[in-house]
Design a binder for this molecule. Sequence first.
Ligand code: NAD
Length: 411
Amino acid sequence: MKAFEATNRYIRQASKIMDLGSRVERLLLSPEAEHNVTVPVELDNGDLAVFSGYRVQHNSARGPMKGGLRYHPTVDSDDVRALASLMTWKTAVVNIPYGGAKGGISCDPSQLSQGELERTTRKFIQRIAEEIGPQRDIPAPDVNTNAQVMAWIMDEYSKLHGYSPGVVTGKPLELGGSEGREAATGRGVIYITEEYLKDLGRTLEGATVAIQGFGNVGSFAARFAHEGGAKIVALSDASGAIHSAAGLDMATLLEYGRTRKPLTSYQADGVRTISQQELLTSEVDVLIPAALGGVFTEDVAKEVRAGVIVEGANAPTEPEADEIFQSRGIPVIPDILANAGGVTVSYFEWVQNIQCFRWTEEEVNQRLKHIMTASYATIRNLVKSRNVSWRTAAFIVGLGRVARATVLRGI
Ligand code: NAD
């Protein structure tokens, strides 16, 4: 199933339970705008590359649209459309005053020099400069984009519109970035995991955890889980996965991760390489997908042996797999709740930019914890009172908030 259709299936499921009606449902299923552009770039060797760039603006009923920018060869319009829709529900679930959007460039940044990456980013922003803006649509980092890319976006947009730090979040601290933003998604994933374990009368102490992905989300999730006393038994990146029954030495591995060497080259006593599939199906208390979408297919879902899945990545679970998890009684805390820490601190960054005022890291983390735990409690109560899955409960909350804003504003 294509990614956008999969997301719409979740929307229809929740809409049916809520009895939302076909008028509003149809409105919420369709993106407001899609911008497809070409991104021609002069390569260092004199050749010309022409990439495809996308920005999908899904819904603005609750505020300016918000969503990351992904650089990856698999980026296409269907994928971006699905991710834009998820942003609408995510911002609503954590109740921050944004709509949803997403963008991307179909390119392989590992094959581009720093100069080529900068020219690609600047050209893309030139193409969509009239479509984004601090009160319109605010990009942020996602797969293969980082604070430096956000800095180029801010600079390029500011050339046309005057100094505009609020046009993008995830910026370097020197350019109006927020304390705590880089770690926010992984930190939020672990806040949610802790709340879930608390409901079971447990803590992170001694819990076994497997994490797919060792980039921004995966590495911070691993760090905070480890700091909370959990045992990270399996970890992967694009090169493959590693496993240690005794728990991986996270202090050394986090240092190792900064060198950007492949995880499969990491060697230590008791550490062996395993396949991605073995990681996803290892027997653990907590399984955190934090890489790309679509990793839980029907076949994988049948083999998963985790106590709970906490979705750090966006759309890691295909709908057929979601049904299998439900029938097997494996709870899945969905992306639109679990990984909302990133967009929440992006919101804090934007607020600080608008107010020209800086918060301390402690303030940021306190406010993040408050929003994540309150949102968790809202969804958990609905799971219990309506006897629905975590994903359906999150969609019910998100859809309800967006639908009410839509009706109040009018078409
Ligand atoms: P990233 O580029 O920093 O890291 C991605 C990681 O995934 C890398 O370790 C990479 O090696 C690994 N990876 C790539 N292909 C893989 C494969 N086939 N198998 C296993 N690992 C693979 O990206 P990120 O920002 O950490 O984003 C990861 C996921 O989290 C994405 O789904 C993204 O949409 C989602 N997300 C990110 C944020 C954020 O703030 N960065 C917020 C919400 C959700």
